[in-house]
Write a new protein. Structure first.
Length: 258
C-alpha cells in the first residue's frame, strides 16, 4: 500500500466557516492528514480562538486564519487574493460557511431569504469560480461543498435553506463534469443533525430530540468529527476516482423510509 494515498502533506486547504462546529472539525482533520490549512470566519475573535486551539493541537502545522464574510462580494475576492499571493495555488477548497433562519415560507422578508441564498449558495458558487485558476495549477485538486439532507428531503428547516442546499448539490454535479478535464474533483456531503452550537437549541427539546432519533437508524446525533472525516476522505488521493458525489452523513436518516 502506498501511504501517500492517505496523506495531504504539502497541500494547501481553504476552509470557510472554520471557527466553530463542523468547519473547525474539518480544519482539524485536514491538519491531521498533513495539509496546510487556512480557516475563514466572520467573527475575528472566535476565529483567533479557533486558530490558537488548532495550533496547540498541531504545533508544527502551517495554519492561517482570515477574518472575512463570504457573503460579501468584496471580501470573497480578498480571500482568494490572499491565497493567490502565496504563489502556490490551491489544492483544497471546502465551502462550509452557512446559516439558517427557520420560518413559514410566507413569513420571510425579501432581505431574509436573499441573505440565506447569498451566504449558503452564492458564496460557494463565487468562491469556486475565483478558486478555479488556483486549483487548476495542480494535476489533482478538490472542492468539497457542505450541504445538508434538507437539500434532498423536507426536514422542517424552512424552504429557502432547503432550496440553497439542493442547488449546492446541483452545483457540485455540474462542476464535477465541467472541471474534470482540469483535474479538479468536486464532491459534497449532506449532514443530518450534528451536535453543534447551531443545533443545540432544537435538540434541547426532549420531544423534538425523540422525533429526530426515531428517524435516525443509528439512534444518535452525529458529531462534527464524523462530517469532517467524510470531507477529508473526499480530499485524499485515495479518493482520486470519486467526483460529483454527495455523501450523506446522516446515521441512515435518508434511507429510513417508513
Amino acid at each position: 500500500m502506498d501511504p501517500t494515498r492517505w496523506r495531504l502533506d504539502g497541500q494547501l486547504a481553504l476552509v470557510t466557516g472554520g471557527s466553530a462546529g463542523i468547519g473547525l472539525a474539518i480544519a482539524r482533520e485536514l491538519l491531521g492528514f498533513g495539509a496546510e490549512v487556512t480557516i475563514v470566519g466572520r467573527d475575528a475573535e472566535a476565529l483567533e480562538r479557533a486558530r490558537a486551539e488548532l495550533q496547540d493541537d498541531f504545533p508544527d502545522a502551517r495554519l492561517h486564519a482570515l477574518a472575512a464574510d463570504v457573503a460579501d462580494e468584496e471580501e470573497r475576492r480578498e480571500i482568494l487574493d490572499w491565497v493567490e499571493d502565496r504563489g502556490i495555488g490551491l489544492n483544497i477548497l471546502v465551502n462550509n460557511a452557512g446559516g439558517n433562519l427557520t420560518k413559514p415560507t410566507t413569513d420571510y422578508s425579501e432581505d431574509e431569504w436573499r441573505a440565506l441564498f447569498e451566504l449558503n449558495l452564492f458564496s460557494a458558487f463565487e468562491l469556486c469560480r475565483y478558486a478555479y485558476p488556483l486549483l487548476a495549477q495542480h494535476a489533482s485538486s478538490s472542492i468539497v461543498n457542505v450541504g445538508s439532507v434538507s437539500g434532498v428531503t423536507h426536514v422542517r428547516s424552512g424552504a429557502p435553506y432547503g432550496m440553497t442546499k439542493a442547488a449546492l448539490q446541483q452545483l457540485t454535479r455540474n462542476l464535477a463534469v465541467e472541471w474534470a478535464e482540469d483535474g479538479i474533483r468536486v464532491n459534497s456531503v449532506a449532514p443530518w443533525y450534528i451536535r453543534t452550537r447551531r443545533t443545540s437549541g432544537k435538540l434541547a427539546d426532549p420531544d423534538y430530540l425523540d422525533e429526530v432519533l426515531l428517524r435516525t437508524p443509528l439512534g444518535r446525533i452525529g458529531e462534527p468529527e464524523e462530517v469532517a472525516a467524510a470531507v477529508a476522505f473526499l480530499c485524499l488521493p485515495a479518493a482520486s476516482y470519486i467526483t460529483g458525489e454527495c455523501i450523506a452523513v446522516d446515521g441512515g436518516f435518508l434511507r429510513y423510509g417508513f
